[in-house]
Write a protein that binds this ligand. Structure first.
Ligand code: ADP
Length: 398
């Protein structure tokens, strides 16, 4: 079975084509700068990667171009699009009602449309990709996999904010959460690695990439999560502040910033970038810190401290913790960050193991000593594979 996975951002389309007989990736790539600048395609098959300037006006044209490349005599891996059995679409916001991946029909498109106010930057390009792909690959089943779905199990005490009830009932102000596909993938992987059934595993999963979020997982089910109504809440991120005192917002407006200025600052000019003044890339900050840069050191400290603090809080929500799981670009690769987080968890029973930290670079493994009370694991995430598996399951169940 061949499954095509599409992830449409505001100006890009990332894609992977899977052969589900062995879950191998036949081809993958990205079209960038759609609708502005000079659109660019990067396409990889096996060891070979090609890059070229392309003429793509919108997401539908981008999908058609990708399909042309996949079926190209020289660069392609398909004879025709008819070989594609299912298409998995990443969709950011399913609102309150969508709790699992679903076959796409007009009613589901309506749900995605209704949730545009909650994800104005993401749901519109997601929909554009769906419409473009459904037209271009009409013979395949199309499935939507929602970032919010894994977090739909949060209880009201976790998803409600302590604000006037009407904000929730009339304006849908509540925690939705994001990165759910990643948290679900590492939850399934962790259960397998720990030799437990998913419904008996208790975890704290930390997705630490450019965006960062944490989920408390009780018996395989999400019971709390750090991102909120939007992805701004919670951990310190590349350019997002995470938690701040909400009173800072009107205070800065009273100092002359517009509400748009404040929103942009909190989303795009804060986090690692805002504190370090260097950038949002953890590699650059670790290098600057090693060169004695005090602001970079502070930014890294604040990042790790917030993660450790949240893990501490989440331990109180679970009957026990089988493992803390670190994933995402930082979790999978930034060894000094992993060490700092682990050492902060010493009083909870994590015993850091430097050799294991080295060994688990870019691959799964514990970074704590055997038998310690709070094991910390590195588990690389794979959202595209999770989307492909869900799609294959729903196509196969026809
Ligand atoms: P996204 O959220 O955009 O998918 P990623 O999960 O790829 O992001 O994570 C990006 C982050 O991972 C960046 O801060 C980057 O610096 C960090 N990162 C990637 N590789 C390394 C590495 N070898 N060492 C330290 N940090 C790394």
């Amino acid at each position: 079975m061949k499954i095509f996975v599409i992830n449409c951002g505001s100006s890009s389309i990332k894609y992977q084509l899977f052969d589900m007989t062995d879950e191998s990736v036949l081809a993958k790539g990205i079209v960038e700068r759609i609708g502005g600048g000079e659109p660019n395609l990067e396409h990889a098959t096996g060891e070979r990667t090609v890059e070229r300037q392309v003429d793509v006006a919108d997401h539908a044209a981008g999908v058609r171009l990708i399909l042309d490349v996949l079926c190209d005599a020289e660069l392609g891996v398909l004879k025709s699009v008819d070989e594609i059995d299912g298409v998995g679409h990443r969709v950011v916001h399913g609102g309150e009602t969508v709790t699992a991946s679903r076959r796409i029909d007009e009613a589901l498109c309506d749900v995605i449309r209704q949730n545009i106010p909650l994800a104005p930057l993401h749901n519109p390009p997601n929909l554009a990709g769906i419409e473009g792909a459904m037209a271009a690959i009409s013979g395949a089943a199309h499935v939507a996999v929602f970032d919010t779905a894994f977090l739909a199990t949060l209880p009201p005490a976790a998803y409600r904010y302590a604000v006037p009830t009407e904000w929730y009932t009339q304006h849908k102000v509540r925690r939705y959460g994001f990165h759910g596909t990643s948290h679900r993938y590492v939850t399934l992987q962790a259960a397998a690695l720990l030799g437990k059934r998913v419904d008996e595993v208790n975890l704290i999963t930390c997705h630490l990439g450019n965006g960062c979020s944490m989920t408390a997982v009780a018996a395989g089910v999400a019971v709390d999560h750090s991102m909120g109504m939007t992805p701004l809440e919670g951990l310190v991120m590349g350019t997002r502040s995470g938690d701040i005192d909400p009173a800072i917002i009107p205070f800065m407006v009273s100092r002359g910033l517009s509400i748009e200025d404040v929103e942009r600052a909190l989303n795009k000019e804060s986090g690692l970038l805002g504190v370090s003044g260097i950038g949002n890339d953890m590699r650059d900050l670790l290098a600057a810190r090693a060169d004695g840069d005090a602001k970079a050191a502070l930014a890294v400290d604040m990042f790790c401290r917030r993660v450790g603090k949240y893990i501490g809080a989440y331990t109180t929500l679970l009957p026990s913790v089988d493992a803390v799981v670190l994933t995402g670009g930082i979790g999978e690769n930034a060894l000094p960050v992993r060490e700092a987080i682990c050492r902060q968890l010493a009083s909870l029973g994590a015993v850091f193991d430097a050799d294991r930290n080295e060994a688990a670079a870019g691959r799964a493994g514990p970074i704590t000593a055997d038998g310690c009370r709070l094991p910390v694991w590195i588990i690389p995430t794979n959202e595209e594979l999770m989307i492909a598996r869900d799609t294959a399951d729903l196509v196969g169940s026809d």
